[in-house]
Design a protein around this ligand. Structure first.
Ligand SMILES: Cc1ncc(COP(=O)(O)O)c(C=O)c1O
Length: 363
């Protein structure tokens, strides 16, 4: 079976540290959960970093930090995993879907301008499949209107724009450590920010409302902590993320070389953007049905999946807001994510795609 992704971590690499955790009995709030956020801050260049249980809880916390509530609007990139919009909906705010570029799959800045209103409290920009293209321009436009930008970089760790890494561009940035991501802890997430007020908010809200110096419960709060073992897994992987990305970018170029002559069209990045290639995604040729290709690859023991979702077209949101965005919908129906990890047999994947096209065209 050719899997979609495999973790860039072997059990043997962390066996010693895992044993130490069991020997000491310190499964939470130990050295690893202290040092993992420091590693993330150092890597991204952000002033502050905090751990959470997932990108979903990270995004939710960021909206809480801005004070988003019922009656507010939040503009949101439409092409994303629905966790992005769910947290807006959960707080009683109205998600305003902004359609995306058919090339980068990221929020279109002109469409954003048309969707900002006096009720807009925040902007949720998504690095689609890790692609940070356009974030700087979105931040500029939003700041001119007094709107806070939360970057959903669940897939974007290691991407950058110019000399600024994702995590050090928007007002707040959220990452995921789910197994589909370049660093996995099983589950987990992080928030980075350069803003001391947001940092202070996260410090006590993520710790049951307790002041971290005095221990006094200065507010109410939550427990979205990561445990020691997931953190030590993460620390090991931060060390190699740049090498992982370099290899994935090489693999992506090879896919492009093989598949574009067959009519596939790759997701692209802006000239100043460095895409970590968290997912290798193509629009399939017009002559074929994407779902049939996924099924054919599966029959040949090759795992693949859709690009991601058009959130405004998800049953709940379509029924409630009836505001389906055209490009997001097109991408949901026509994109495919192909296997990418160290040692993947790209030729086998591309040959299988080619043989499916041949078969489809002869029918
Ligand atoms: C863009 C985006 N946002 C949020 C999430 C949710 O991440 P998590 O599973 O860590 O909550 C995902 C997960 O795939 C995602 O792709």
């Amino acid at each position: 079976m050719i899997r979609l992704i495999k973790p860039y971590l072997e059990y043997e690499e962390i066996e010693k540290e895992m044993r130490e955790v069991f020997d000491t009995g310190i499964f939470t709030k130990g050295v690893y959960s202290k040092s993992f956020p420091v590693e993330i801050a150092n890597y991204t260049g952000a002033r502050y970093a905090f751990l959470t249980t997932s990108a979903t809880t990270a995004l939710w916390m960021c909206l809480k930090a801005v004070g988003v509530k019922e009656g507010d609007e939040v503009v949101v990139s439409d092409f994303s995993f629905p966790a992005t919009v769910n947290v807006i909906e959960d707080l009683g705010a109205k998600p305003i879907f902004v359609d995306v570029s058919p090339e980068t799959y990221n929020m279109d800045v002109d469409l954003l301008k048309a969707r900002i209103s006096s009720a807009t409290k925040a902007c949720m920009f998504v690095d689609a499949l890790g692609n940070p293209s356009g974030i700087e321009e979105i931040v500029r436009v939003c700041h001119e209107c007094g709107i806070v930008v939360i970057e959903d970089a669940a897939c974007g760790l290691g991407s950058s724009v110019g000399d600024r890494k994702v995590g050090n561009i928007a007002d707040m940035t959220c990452f995921s450590f789910h197994p589909r991501k370049l660093i996995t802890c099983g589950e987990g997430g992080a928030i980075t920010t350069n803003n001391p007020e947001y940092a202070r908010f996260f410090e006590y809200k993520l710790n049951h409302g307790a002041d971290h110096q005095t221990g006094e419960y200065v507010s109410y709060g939550y427990n979205f902590r990561m445990a020691e073992i997931p953190c030590l897994m993460g620390i090991q992987q931060v060390k190699r993320i740049d090498a992982v990305i370099a290899e994935r970018r090489r693999q992506r170029d090879y896919y492009v070389e093989q598949l574009e002559p067959l009519g596939f069209k790759a997701q692209t990045a802006a000239a100043n953007a460095y895409h970590n290639m968290q997912s290798i995604v193509f629009v399939v040729p017009e002559s074929i049905e994407r779902d049939d290709l996924i099924a054919y690859l599966r029959e040949h023991e090759i795992e693949s999946t859709i690009g991601t979702y058009c959130q405004s077209a998800c049953a709940y949101y379509k029924k409630k807001y009836d505001d389906v965005q055209q490009t997001g919908m097109f991408l949901q129906e026509h994109t495919i994510t192909l296997p990418c990890y160290h040692g993947v047999d790209i030729d086998a994947v591309c040959e299988c795609c080619a043989s499916y096209i041949k078969k489809a065209e002869s029918m």
